[in-house]
Write a protein that binds this ligand. Sequence first.
Ligand code: MN
Length: 213
Amino acid sequence: MPFVLTPLPYAKNALEPVISERTMSFHYDKHHRGYVDKLNKLTATTPFALAALEDVIVRTWSKPDHTKIFNNAAQVWNHDFFWRSMTPGGGHAALGGTLQKRIETDFGSYESFEESFIAGAVDHFGSGYAWLVEEAGRLSIVATQDAIPPIVLGLRPLLACDLWEHAYYLDHQNDREKFVRGFLDKLANWSYAQEQLSAKHAAPPSQHPEARL
Ligand code: MN
């Protein structure tokens, strides 16, 4: 069973105006689909073809012979996670409950969390992702380079923002800050982040092992 392009959880125009339908079409139909297709080609005749996506990522991480498989597998996982990190009607107004308390405890206030997340995203050089993660019972923000997901760094991801230029350039050109601010203000999916926090262990958002049998 090949790796699949997981359906988007909302319509392609649902995240406007922060992310336009045009950006979603390129990002999902070209970039994300491209990673899935390439991963299937690269793994077709290898034992990785039957492995769970997360296992492929962990087993190819930091292995010079498997850089291409790692990059494409991680990008499939990252995009599955990124799409679910957003929802129409999300953002600051949708934050509440346990997670709001955790953010206030670990960052001091929502405003300092927001400023740290934006600074981490804006200061990140080149392509990658900004993540809200949990490590040893504490929330923090990390930016990872290129395709690297927090799961290979021993961190539990709660929320992801794609910082590759393909994520925002058509809508905001070079203004990464405006894009990331819009992501937090209007789109952040706090229910999804809460699910990740409550889960027994960090799980991929799709393509669970049972789906690979
Ligand atoms: Mn992307």
